[in-house]
Design a protein around this ligand. Sequence first.
Ligand SMILES: Cc1cc2nc3c(=O)[nH]c(=O)nc-3n(C[C@H](O)[C@H](O)[C@H](O)COP(=O)(O)OP(=O)(O)OC[C@H]3O[C@@H](n4cnc5c(N)ncnc54)[C@H](O)[C@@H]3O)c2cc1C
Ligand SMILES: O=C(O)CCC(=O)C(=O)O
Ligand SMILES: [Fe+2]
Length: 790
Amino acid sequence: MTTSNTQQSYDKTSELKAFDDTKAGVKGLIDSGITKVPQIFIHPEALENKTTNPKNTHFIFPLIDLQNISINNKEIVKQIQEASETWGFFQVINHGIPVPVLDEMLRGARRFHDQDIDVKKPYYSRDIARKVMYNCNFDLFSEKSLAANWRDSLYSVMAPNPATPEEIPETCREITIEYSNYVMNLGYTLLELFSEGLGLKPNHLKEMGCAEGLGILCNYYPKCPQPEIAIGTSRHADNDFFTVLLQDDIGGLQVLHKNQWVDVPPTHGALVVNIGDILQLISNDKYKSVVHRVLANTIGPRISIASFFSTGPFSTSRIYGPIEELLSKDNPPKRRNAASPSVIVIGGGFAGLAAARTLYDASFQVVVLESRDRIGGRVHTDYSFGFPVDLGASWLHGVGNENPLAPLIGKLGLPLYRTSGDNSVLYDHDLESYGLFDMEGNQVPQDLVSKTDLIRKENSEDMSIGCAISMVFERRPDLRLNGLGHKVLQWYLCRMEGWFAADADTISLKCWDQEELLPGGHGLMVRGYKPVINTLAKGLDIRLGHRVTEIVRRYNGVKVTVEDGSTFVADAAIIAVPLGVLKSNCIKFEPRLPEWKEAAIKELGVGIENKIILHFQDVFWPNVEFLGVVAESSYECSYFLNLHKATGHSVLVYMPAGQLARDIGELSDEAAANFAFTQLKRILPNATAPIQYLVSHWGTDINSLGSYSYDTVGKPHDLYEKLRIPVDNLFFAGEATSADYPGSVHGAYSTGLLAAEDCRMRVLERHGELDIFQPAMDEETLIPILISRM
Ligand SMILES: Cc1cc2nc3c(=O)[nH]c(=O)nc-3n(C[C@H](O)[C@H](O)[C@H](O)COP(=O)(O)OP(=O)(O)OC[C@H]3O[C@@H](n4cnc5c(N)ncnc54)[C@H](O)[C@@H]3O)c2cc1C
Ligand SMILES: O=C(O)CCC(=O)C(=O)O
Ligand SMILES: [Fe+2]
């Protein structure tokens, strides 16, 4: 996984940036007439050279003639094998690419770089998702690079998804396409020879995909006023299968052979071939990927064309191991794999952290990008009162071992308080039981609610639950209640609105009671959800303040861009941001998500519920779980959760939902707290004012843009599943992707586990490496959850 973040000192960074902003590269410096190499190019490796640059060595760089390859096959295979094992480098002649094509390729590259800066500027980029880009030092801002290299480059992806002809600069378009076709054919030939050299069938390496990706890099090394302090290309080995290099007659390329830098002699018409890291790895270190460099020179420009054969644009993160057939007791694997698979998790809420934890435990490289300066998302425990209170989720819905969170909560020994509908003013949290009473014991007529079921059966068209109740009244005016009965019904609707975070006239009749509830009732997390979140997050690489703005998916990798422009690359990404965020389109997908996915994002509802948490000096209210306020309409009804009963702290939590929550959201925190207090005074006129308050803003906070998802009228319930289904190497998690338990913490958590497993299977299956990466997870021991009653 790579990031383009930089930690360099301010001066160097700003100097680099100023240089980069010119987009004119090293050539721009030379054109401006500089006579000294700027500081950013003064390279420690060049300074070392003074003493360690033996020009004349007795080594003879291998030159292999590919003429009559079918007749001389054995001899050629032998030469290639020897060179690959000892030098990792060799030159080939009679390779099948006509010399005029080579010459024109060199001229084409030069034509591009020689152009006016204004023509080249549009190509200047480091966006690895681009198929064609020109820049000076692809790693200019990398912490690892000691100094900048004295060269400019133009890079074009030619396979597997090549740049379109229009994308390739006109000055070198035709020849780049022609040359790359020739090089690809030569690549196939070389792979046969490499395979045979390893004792494999001729098509073995090709079938492994070693020529799947081809990138062509046109290097331009301007003349350098002080070549003794700068370097053309600093020492490196190529991170690919192999490279075919075409160089002009200036020279400067050196290979580290037997600890000495040996010149690769420019030979007109010849091509240099070198083994890359991945071929070394899969050949179990038989072939060598050798370090090489290019010196800066007083003459120039020097042109070279490097053709990299790789797995495609994301070669570094793909996993390869030594070829089975090469292994034996005497030749065990030297290394297991190039790099463990990598994943970027976007969103550090329950879903994202569950996914990250699972993949981390399965030996993936994981980075979590979280936009806020805290983790947890819609789980947010605040400690400013001196004790924990949850501004987001606070219940565990389903207190029992069937709850996927049970092992974790049990292991942490966290106490829960089960809200169960004691003699509260208004009672049961569970909408499935209608045991809702007012102070006088009046009950919501069961009859009325069951009638809406009849309406549902009779009507194939969906409607809102609010509408269905009106229809019941039209048919059975006798059920229409007045006075307190009516108000209790409104309160019942108000509670339902809280459950769905939406108004009764937008909740789907078809779906409102279809949700599967886990057994065990509803337990309040007495010490808040934070300890659970912290446990999930332990040891993970979480980048706070990283708001993702773009997700690019390609054939075998993803690139994720964050607001400040830094980018992250991995095999796959898990998108665990809230539905509200996806709806707002503030994350750009490239290519766009498929239509069915976009439609699901659009159609599934996201509602609002907020909390206004009031901390009082003393407890002056009855010792019940909920204090309900009944009124003429559900909008005016409300309820307070009495945290004193569960936690012993003198706190009431007011929870408006739907339109009411939206309207309150317009108020200042102080006005919102006053509003809640006014509601309280309706039932407890002698209430004393709170000493502290907290107000949540889930609907307007750009990190959530809603509280949780719900079924809107007329929309199929399978939208949750559609939201979950992966798109290529993008996996989706979060409460809104849970068909079984939407809108809940345990729902979010399970989707995280599911996405992680899908991702693991896909990434590993793709590379046929399932046996290598087995998760290192130990069986969770089931520890029962502690239930307390205060
Ligand atoms: C007021 C309220 C009360 C609730 N009560 C309960 C309850 O009692 N019990 C229950 O089970 N559930 C409850 N829920 C629902 C529960 O909180 C959620 O279902 C669950 O927390 C969602 O987890 P998630 O991981 O899907 O999303 P989130 O927790 O929202 O995580 C998504 C993360 O993505 C981050 N993010 C957003 N945009 C970006 C971006 N561009 N780049 C990077 N990161 C980004 C966010 O900051 C966030 O951290 C409640 C929710 C609310 C709002
Ligand atoms: O320019 C050269 O001769 C070599 C360039 C090189 O090694 C590379 O780009 O990887
Ligand atoms: Fe190289």
